[in-house]
Design a binder for this molecule. Sequence first.
Ligand SMILES: *Cc1c(COP(=O)(O)O)cnc(C)c1O
Length: 226
Amino acid sequence: MIEENVRSLLRQLSGGNCFREPVTLVAATKTRTPEEIDRAIAAGITDIGENRVQEFRDKFPLVHGGTRHFIGRLQLNKVKYLIGKAALIQSLDRDELAEEIAKRSLRAGLVSDVLVEVNAGGEESKGGYALPHAFAAYERLRETPGLRVRGFMAMLPDSSDTALLGGLCDRMRALYERARAEDDGIRYLSMGMSGDWQLCLAHGSNMIRLGTAIFGARNYPQTPTL
Ligand SMILES: *Cc1c(COP(=O)(O)O)cnc(C)c1O
């Protein structure tokens, strides 16, 4: 099942996005076991992304291979566990987090690759820089020693309005291209989850983060009833 899903997805991605750029498929591993993650890697997954620092720390050392991303909401006091361990922190969503990642990276003698997270839909429940302020944030973060900005990440609103979603993707792509025009270290526009990845690729995303489409529906542990 995992193996079939991965092979089928990789086949569908082989032509690239709407601009024929290669697409990176990141397996979103929250709630999955190291064994399940290993099966996905054996079937062709190259990149894995975790949402929770605790799971990143406990699980990923047991996984064989895979470039490791961090994709979840990040508390300041947990940054130290990711420095030198996460190849790409995709969820840089506020200035104080940038300062903490930069400070810890410099202290370790490293530069950390990050994506600037954008709250494309302007939703209360989501983190990230507001779209109209995202370019200015990028320009500021780009100048921060200890950080190397590689692009942008967004989670789209949960909506079936494809015109709305496509429009938000187009604005994200315009932001990405504006940054890339002056900095060819900018490589990634990370947009697309199991419910909306086709639409995102049709509007210029080149990195998608899939959980359900690879591993099936998530079973969150039940609270035991006594
Ligand atoms: C869980 C998660 C995903 C994948 O979600 P699916 O709908 O299961 O594909 C992608 N990105 C982030 C940040 C996530 O937390």
